[in-house]
Ligand binder design. Sequence first.
Ligand code: BV8
Ligand code: ZN
Length: 242
Amino acid sequence: MLDLSKTDIERIKCAKHIVFFSGAGMSAESGIATFRGKDGIWNKFKPEELANFNAFMKNPNMVWEWYQYRRNIVRHAFPNAGHLAIAEFQNYVPKVTAITQNIDNLHKRAGSHNIFELHGNIERNYCIRCKTFYNDIEEKVEIPQCKCGGLIRPDVVWFGEYLPEDQFQGAEIATSECDLFFVVGTSAVVYPAASLIYTAKYNGAFIIEINIEKTEISSLTNKSLLGEVGKILPEILKKIKE
Ligand code: BV8
Ligand code: ZN
């Protein structure tokens, strides 16, 4: 049973601009492991050993191989009912923006148009020396080298790296403009991405969280819905279509 009142549903129906701010929990039902859940990635691997530039320079082959392994999982995954619902909201709300921390490209594959990828995209790679992009790397296990001799890395934001300015700025503008801000499937512990929730609050947006458990920001929200995003979002969509 959806824990939303008639007024909440009306508010969603009349929203002018909805932002969906997503984390790894958004893709959990697509079979992509989260980071900090019970069987999360960081339980098996240490982020400082894999998701940062020094680790890459220390052991490029290992880091490259780990991203190839994750790229393969992403390639065989599909957008789930949650991603598809966000894309369908575009037919009922004047403006919908997806701001994602995920690197799996599933919002785009689901049909969302207005997307900000705060932490990059695992489908893209670039040379650390000349910045040439290589996006069709076949399943190379050994780390590929650019024609200039530089190493090729995944185009994702590692710990200690700045977020792509255009993506984060665009996300901040959308967050400050929106009247409804959904926080879906994120533990909200990674910054500066999680600071967007405070920006939304500061700008008076109505904040609805969807998560299978309470998080650090649940107390900040107007509504905190407990459950799987792939079930809850389609239910909300059904209500606004009535
Ligand atoms: C930065 C991309 C400025 C790569 C990721 C020391 C030095 C430098 C910086 C820092 C430092 N100490 C702290 C920082 C800041 C640091 C940070 O925030 N650390 C945290 C961990 C404390 N941030 C950074 O480093 C950022 N850059 O600050 O630059 C700077 C520069 C130089 C010097 C100083 C500062 C860069 C952060 C980006 C790192 N890259 N990933 C890759 O993926 O390989 S982080 C990684 O975490 C993913 O991007 C992920 O999206 C992100 C957030 O995690 P979540 O998405 O929330 O996933 P999580 O598993 O945690 O949670 C899933 C949730 O879903 C859970 O709540 C679960 O209950 C829920 N769920 C599960 N299933 C479902 C569900 N909900 C609904 N339905 C379901 N079915
Ligand atoms: Zn190069």
